[in-house]
Design a protein around this ligand. Structure first.
Ligand SMILES: [Cu+2]
Length: 136
């Protein structure tokens, strides 16, 4: 009688242990990925900025102006369906400090600002797209 009960209980315990291990592993890896993605994006290039107009609403890069501390990395994410770039300076006078090149949809670009100052940037494909990083 006792042996029969044990034969019934052991497989159930084994299955539960497997399920628990799998679920807890799955959750922890998901949480980690999610946190990493949220943590790293500072500025977003939203949809429909490849046509003029976003500059009137300060939404070509969101936020248009960002203030960071010296030594901090800034990450841009292209959330549009068109290519965009993050290029230092102005369309008429790029400064060669940083240039992402053409960013694919959902591609990101990061740059670490090691000197304080005000750094303007723009998109080489859409001259009306302008943003600014203020490093304190
Ligand atoms: Cu653009």
């Amino acid at each position: 009688m006792l042996k029969e009960k044990l034969l019934l209980i052991i497989p159930i315990v084994v299955v539960l242990a497997y399920v628990f291990a799998f679920v807890s592993f799955d959750q922890s890896s998901n949480d980690e990925t999610e946190t990493k993605i949220i943590e790293h994006i500072d500025v977003v290039m939203p949809t429909k900025v490849s046509r003029p107009g976003c500059e009137n609403e300060d939404r070509c890069y969101i936020p248009t102006k960002i203030t960071v501390e010296k030594g901090q990395q800034v990450t841009w994410m292209n959330e549009d369906s068109a290519f965009h770039s993050v290029t230092s300076g102005f369309y008429d006078s790029p400064t060669n400090l940083f240039d992402s090149g053409y960013l694919d949809p959902y591609e990101s670009f990061s740059f670490t600002f090691n000197e304080s100052g005000t750094f303007d940037y723009f998109c080489t494909l859409h001259p009306w797209m302008e943003g600014q990083v203020i490093v304190e």
